[in-house]
Design a protein around this ligand. Structure first.
Ligand SMILES: Cc1ncc(COP(=O)(O)O)c(C=O)c1O
Length: 406
């Protein structure tokens, strides 16, 4: 039997099994529509929303998230690198949907980007030259965004380069489509950075003015991510790049408080809805007697007779080891604490207080169940992490399904 036949034979034999992954991520398309509506209302008619889907759409999965965002009215997506752009253009359904790379493009990937109408950030003269060369090869304009250094000190053209770069763009108009000039504020989610951001914005406006003078027309501009968008309505320019908020999370508690204060809303009212629910199921249940240790070592001592359930989720699924003895999950709509060490693929939870708990019962790790909810924020705070880090650490191997639960 050849190797291929052996594989086919085995595949056939096991076809009746479903081999479901132990956990699943549900993306709620209705929640996403709500968030996009909310963001569009703030942006108004004339400001475009670019949906930031870097970091595998903040753990939501580019391939699943992009099509539902497109359906919800998004026509521009921002990624970090060429490989993410490749994934984005493979999963978009509309020709008019644009993809923009904000970070890494190797010079040799530029030709591919131009060929596929992918917009690229340009922050070095060498990259600008690579874009011009790629446009010549493709006999097609390269769509570019000139990134301006305004004080973040990461990437972007320094002030002493601005005029020369704008001149190069002007001299190569037949090969370049200048989609915008842009910058990034250094931490608008914290009031501590308020004056730094004002200073950055003054620099940005100066760059726009010089660009207008050199290019004889005012270029489109964009600078704000979720936090600046929500707290600095005067800095929306022509486009905003929204990541975390579209997924239903506030960039910080401060941003949330700022919003409810300025809109005069009740503190308990959150206009954003979480798009993601991360769930698993109970794998096994057992009784543990008072005085027994649970799991590895002597991390958790049962202080009374307990009912313990194992859940097939561990640090390999982004459930950090630091949630040992402190994290919690939802079963039957009730909070159940993690007892003992978080393992690679498993956690043990205390279900003593859940009557009729059974193997196969749903376990929610992030999201709603009954009247309770575990937000990534609380999940994050527990392990001293930002939403961003917790979300992007969720591995892509967890299958995603789209639902539209009310
Ligand atoms: C350049 C740039 N723009 C926009 C965003 C989106 O940020 P947020 O998720 O806070 O909206 C990011 C994310 O880090 C970014 O790096």
């Amino acid at each position: 039997m050849s190797g291929n036949q052996a594989i086919q034979h085995n595949t056939g034999k096991f076809m009746k099994h479903r081999f479901l992954q132990p956990s699943v991520i549900e993306l709620n398309s209705r929640a996403l529509e709500n968030n996009i509506r909310f963001l569009k209302r703030i942006a108004g008619k004339f400001v475009r929303i670019s949906s930031v889907i870097k970091g595998n759409a903040y753990g939501h999965g580019i391939s699943t998230f992009l099509p539902i965002a497109e359906k919800a009215g998004i026509d521009h997506f921002a990624v970090f690198s060429a490989n993410e752009a490749y994934s984005a253009i493979r999963h978009k359904n509309k020709d008019s949907t644009r993809v923009m790379i904000m970070g890494m493009v190797r010079d040799d990937e530029m030709e591919w980007a131009v060929e596929n109408d992918v917009e690229c950030y340009i922050f070095e003269e060498k990259r600008l030259k690579a874009a011009i060369a790629a446009a010549k090869v493709n006999k097609k304009k390269a769509s570019i965004h000139l990134q301006i250094e305004t004080g973040m000190n990461r990437t972007g053209f320094q002030e002493n380069e601005w005029e020369r770069i704008f001149e190069i763009v002007k001299a190569n108009y037949s090969l370049l489509s200048l989609e915008g000039i842009c910058t990034h504020y250094a931490g608008a989610e914290s009031a501590a950075n308020y004056f730094r951001i004002l200073k950055q914005d003054r620099q940005f406006q100066k760059a726009i003015m010089i660009a207008e003078k050199v290019l004889d027309k005012k270029p489109a501009a964009h600078a704000s991510s979720s936090a600046a968008f929500l707290t600095h309505p005067d800095k929306h320019y022509n486009m905003v790049r929204i990541g975390i908020a579209q997924y239903g999370f506030w960039p910080s508690r401060e941003t949330f408080i700022h919003h409810i204060k300025t809109e005069n809303l009740d503190e308990g009212f959150d206009p954003l809805e979480r798009v993601m629910t991360l769930k698993s199921e109970i794998m096994s249940i057992k009784q543990v007697k008072t005085g027994e240790f649970i799991g590895y070592g002597n991390i958790y001592l049962a202080g009374r007779d307990m009912t313990i359930a194992t859940v097939p989720v561990g640090y390999t699924h982004g459930f950090g080891r630091n949630l040992t003895n402190t994290g919690y999950v939802l079963v039957h709509g009730k909070r159940c604490g993690v007892v003992g060490l978080v393992n690679m693929n498993m956690i043990t939870i205390n279900v003593t207080h859940i009557p009729n708990v059974q193997k196969g019962d749903e376990v929610v790790l992030i999201g709603k169940q009954g009247n309770d909810e575990i937000t990534v924020a609380s999940f994050g705070e527990m392990i001293n992490n930002l939403n961003y880090e917790v979300l992007t650490r969720i591995p892509d191997s967890i299958p995603k399904i789209v639902c539209s639960n009310a």
